[in-house]
Design a protein around this ligand. Structure first.
Ligand SMILES: [Zn+2]
Ligand SMILES: [Zn+2]
Length: 475
């Protein structure tokens, strides 16, 4: 015990990042750092039951199974069904609007009555105390997808859904976070210290007594409003850790696993725009468009209207759009990178005019346009303007012909032409100057994308000459 106390004393100096050690407020088995934690030993047939967190397993698997079995003998009454659905939404909001957006992310401020309500219905979801849940969730955001993420989807979809609760975790492996604000919140501290009592009352006693007193369905209230509702709320909110990191798009950043999907939003009371959420975690919204499904956001807005919630945090749309544009740019670069834009000019050999003419006479169908030599041998028969017109340009400078002297070629024609380039003409004006600058390592103004590839914009191809020069060939 003394060794653990001295280790705790040393910790703040070792990690000067403002985080605090997680000190249990409730009494429990003392953590002994000298002993190897069961989670760090391989699971075998003889020790698997030691790996299982039996309390969690009872709460999230065994009791729901009993509920499903007993539902066979307990008829579902209409009023009880309506109550169960309404209470489902309330306890779900306890997690999404309370545990998640209020306490884990401080995305708005709640008045004390609202906090008490959220702590009450949040306990009814049976997912741990606010303090415990928020601390793990802050670690999840700080260390997403790493070993310090308590429910990293990299360990498997089922693990991120409930495996992390079914099996014991070494608490020292979870990333460090700062929860000083939660330790100063009397509602959070009270709920944490009285968690088991809170759960029994809000999750089971309240629905049983409510349905029993009002329409005499004590058993239905217990089974449907209690046990089965708990199961549905748990499975729904667990999807934020699993489905939201597995299914959907990544419009803001694709380096980590969080994703946006309407199905996740429908299942999780609006927590489905998770790629946005991980980028802008202190925004009280998950869905930023009015037509997207985010009842948690709507509830917070309603509470603001009623004067119960204030200081709703929102990122400026300028910042949100910047992230979206950068991700679009990244996707665009990936699409551009797989296309054939022709051999880069700096990799082409410099060919003299005499060699160009001589090669053209010796059977190679070479055409010079804007100082770049193209081999059109395989294209002659496919030329949309016919064989004769393209053949007449072989061995010549066709800059003017191509750029309107005979026909003003399309953007697509310039793109296609670039895939046929084989050399740069010595004395080929701008092109050679540009190429020489490359050799001499001078600064040449052109734009590269994030993959290092030059961006060729429409109308900016090297073969595009805006004002066609009159030449003898064109006449
Ligand atoms: Zn997440
Ligand atoms: Zn979050």
């Amino acid at each position: 015990m003394s060794s653990s106390a001295s280790a705790e004393k040393k910790a703040p100096a070792a990690i000067p990042d403002g985080t605090t050690d997680y000190k249990p407020l409730r009494s429990g088995p003392a953590y002994d750092p000298a002993k190897v934690h069961i989670a760090d030993t391989p699971m075998t047939w003889s020790n698997w039951h030691k790996h299982v967190n039996w309390l969690n397993t009872t709460l999230i698997i065994i009791i729901p199974m009993i509920g499903f079995i007993s539902a066979y003998w307990v008829p579902l009454q209409l009023y009880t069904a309506i109550f169960a659905v309404i209470y489902y939404f309330n306890t779900g909001l306890g997690i999404t609007a309370g545990y998640h957006r209020l306490w884990a992310h401080s995305s708005y401020k709640a008045s004390t009555p609202l906090k008490i309500y959220l702590a009450f219905v949040g306990a009814g979801a049976v997912e741990g105390s606010i303090r415990w849940w928020s601390r793990d969730h802050r670690a999840h955001h700080r260390y997403t997808d790493t070993d310090k993420d308590p429910y990293s989807v990299r360990k498997g979809l089922l693990y991120s859904h409930l495996g992390w609760m079914v099996f014991k975790q070494n608490p020292k492996r979870t990333g460090r976070t700062d929860i000083t604000d939660l330790n100063e919140d009397p509602v959070v501290v009270w709920q944490h210290k009285n968690y088991l009592k809170s759960v029994i009352f809000t999750a089971l006693v309240f629905p049983t007594v409510f349905c029993g007193l009002l329409w005499n369905d004590w058993l239905g209230g217990f089974v449907y409003g209690g046990i089965l509702r708990i199961w549905f709320v748990q499975q729904a909110t667990f999807c934020v850790n699993s489905l939201a990191h597995w299914l959907g798009d990544q419009p803001f950043d694709d380096r980590n696993s969080p994703r946006d999907h309407v199905i996740t939003a429908l299942v999780t009371l609006g927590e489905g725009y998770h790629n946005f959420h991980h980028e802008f975690p202190s925004d009280y919204r998950n869905a930023i468009e009015w037509w997207q499904y985010d009842p948690t956001k709507w509830a917070i807005c309603l509470w603001k209207f009623l004067g119960l919630a204030t200081d709703l945090k929102q990122f400026r749309s300028n910042e949100i759009e910047k992230g979206r544009v950068q991700q679009l740019q990244k996707k665009l670069d990936q699409k551009r990178a797989v296309l054939d834009w022709g051999t880069p000019l700096e990799q082409l050999p410099v060919i003299s005019w005499d060699d160009f003419v001589a090669d053209s006479k010796n059977g190679k169908a070479l055409v010079a346009i804007a100082g770049v030599i193209h081999d059109v041998t395989n294209f002659i028969k496919e030329h949309p303007g016919g064989k004769a017109l393209i053949s007449s340009a072989i061995g010549k400078d066709a800059t003017a012909i191509f750029n309107g002297g005979v026909y003003l070629h399309s953007n697509a024609a310039h793109n296609l032409l670039s895939t046929m380039r084989v050399g740069v003409l010595r004395g080929g004006c701008e092109v050679e100057i540009w190429k020489r600058a490359q050799f001499e390592n001078k600064d040449v103004s052109y734009v590269n994308d994030s993959t290092g590839q030059r961006i060729i914009r429409a109308g900016n191809q090297v073969t595009k000459v805006v004002q066609p020069v009159a030449s003898a060939d064109a006449a």
